[in-house]
Design a protein around this ligand. Structure first.
Ligand SMILES: Cc1cc2nc3c(=O)[nH]c(=O)nc-3n(C[C@H](O)[C@H](O)[C@H](O)COP(=O)(O)OP(=O)(O)OC[C@H]3O[C@@H](n4cnc5c(N)ncnc54)[C@H](O)[C@@H]3O)c2cc1C
Ligand code: FES
Length: 394
């Protein structure tokens, strides 16, 4: 699997059970975990790997972990999506951007105890620890759509393919499209892994990834996806492309290059374009090989017509992806990243407006609150972060 599988040794974990979230089938607790790695993987982007067997055993893609900073550096936890989890090794990967005080403190933590003098933050907090408190996995994942908050749905053929059989049959193959932007990209990698692990070559996965600067996670997507389309706002030259995928044959905007697993990768640089432009270009390309319109697709349709789309990234991008998928009759699940307080359903600090879909093929999580003028307020941390795109009041 991914890099997380490199962790083989499981350490003693001392438990700090100050808060626990109880659900019917699962008890999510705040524990202390060993930091296996916390390294910069791109400019301002870090990967934190925790030795967290209890989280790794049940985590599903789209869920997140609350990280509590050491020495009570900040009262509120920092929610970070799960970018990978390996139940065999107990490793959990979290990829984050340093955007403020909390993530800056996080980036200073190291896997081994080091001299506190070298890691003393301006705030006076000492970082001589290789442990961090965390709570997870939290929230509803991309594939948890049985309609209940109380199911931590594993990705199984029952919970995914059954929901999509009609659409997949109509198109001959199950095709999933991933639409990611910035730090919304890592949780989609976990989704791709789960899909590939569950369905092997039965499924076609195409990723559309938008970066502000040079791409930093494409090499992992290329290993798993059938095709990866990337756009960057400021990719001026090829030397910025990560070495694993760089190749003499790779030229911006040129025909796809073959990757090790037969997948392909297209890189486009654009100061003005975005991931929706990538989707448009792809649609124009594949839909020129149009076959008869399927009863499920009112407009153009091809054998690559997606069964499902998953998206995570900035809210304007999610709204644009929702509009694009609606135009093209593609069911879309989006992962929202609202600002959070407690991160586990206790404070109502993360509510978002939703509406009922009344669609048996798209079961929705229940809500704690009433319906007022057709609007249902749901907690992103508890009823989400993943919702059907049509459910969200944009
Ligand atoms: C469910 C969920 C999953 C997330 N997953 C990831 C992830 O995988 N990787 C990652 O890098 N970040 C992720 N985030 C965002 C991350 O939690 C915030 O960037 C982080 O808490 C900021 O903490 P800070 O103290 O460094 O910044 P602060 O000082 O608190 O804020 C710095 C800046 O970031 C903005 N900001 C803070 N929190 C959010 C938020 N939740 N959404 C949008 N803007 C925010 C603030 O408005 C401010 O402009 C996720 C958020 C949620 C709710
Ligand atoms: S952050 Fe407290 S309820 Fe969601």
């Amino acid at each position: 699997m991914s890099e997380v599988s490199e962790v083989s040794e499981v350490s003693e974990v001392s438990e700090v059970q100050t808060v626990s979230v109880v659900r019917a089938e699962s008890r999510v607790e705040r524990n202390t975990y060993r930091i296996v790695r916390n390294e910069q993987i791109a400019d301002g982007i870090f990967e934190l790997i925790l030795d967290a067997p209890d989280i790794a055993a049940v985590a599903t893609s789209g869920q997140f972990v609350n990280l509590y900073l050491p020495d009570g550096a900040m009262l509120l936890p920092r929610p970070i999506s799960i970018a990978g989890a390996d139940a065999d090794t107990g490793a959990v990967s979290l990829i984050y951007a340093v955007v403020g005080a909390g993530t800056r403190v996080l980036s200073l933590l190291r896997p081994t105890s080091v001299s506190t003098t070298t890691l003393t933050h301006a705030s006076g907090i000492h970082f001589g620890t290789n442990m961090i408190e965390a709570m997870g996995p939290l929230g509803t994942g991309f594939f948890d759509y049985k309609g209940s908050l109380l199911t931590f749905g594993d990705l199984s053929k029952e919970s995914f393919l059954d929901q999509n059989t009609a659409r997949a049959d109509a198109h001959g193959k199950t095709t999933v499209v991933l639409i990611g932007g910035g730090v919304g990209i890592p949780p989609l990698f976990f989704a791709a892994q789960k899909l590939r692990d569950a369905y092997g070559s039965e499924i076609e996965i195409t990723a559309f990834l938008g970066y502000r600067n040079a791409p930093w996670l494409d090499e992992r997507f290329v290993q798993i996806c059938d095709a990866v389309h990337t756009i960057s706002e400021s990719l001026d030259n090829l030397s910025e492309v990560s070495p694993v995928v760089d190749s003499p044959s790779l030229r911006l905007g040129q025909a796809p290059i073959e990757s090790a697993n037969g997948g392909s990768r297209v890189v486009r640089a654009s100061q003005t374009g975005n991931v929706i432009d990538l989707l448009d270009a792809w649609r124009d390309e594949i839909f020129t090989t149009q076959k008869e319109p399927s009863p499920l697709c009112s407009s153009l349709c091809s054998s690559l017509c997606p069964t499902l789309a998953l998206s995570c990234g900035p809210k304007p991008m999610l709204a644009a992806a929702a509009a694009w998928c609606a135009r093209n009759d593609i069911p879309l699940r989006v992962s929202l990243e609202e600002r959070m307080g407690c991160g586990y359903g206790a404070c109502a600090g993360c509510t978002t407006k939703t509406q009922s879909l009344n669609d048996p093929e798209k079961p929705q999580n229940g809500s704690d609150g009433p319906i007022i003028d057709g609007v249902i307020k749901k907690k992103v941390c508890r009823h989400g972060p993943v919702f059907w795109a049509g459910e969200v009041v944009w």
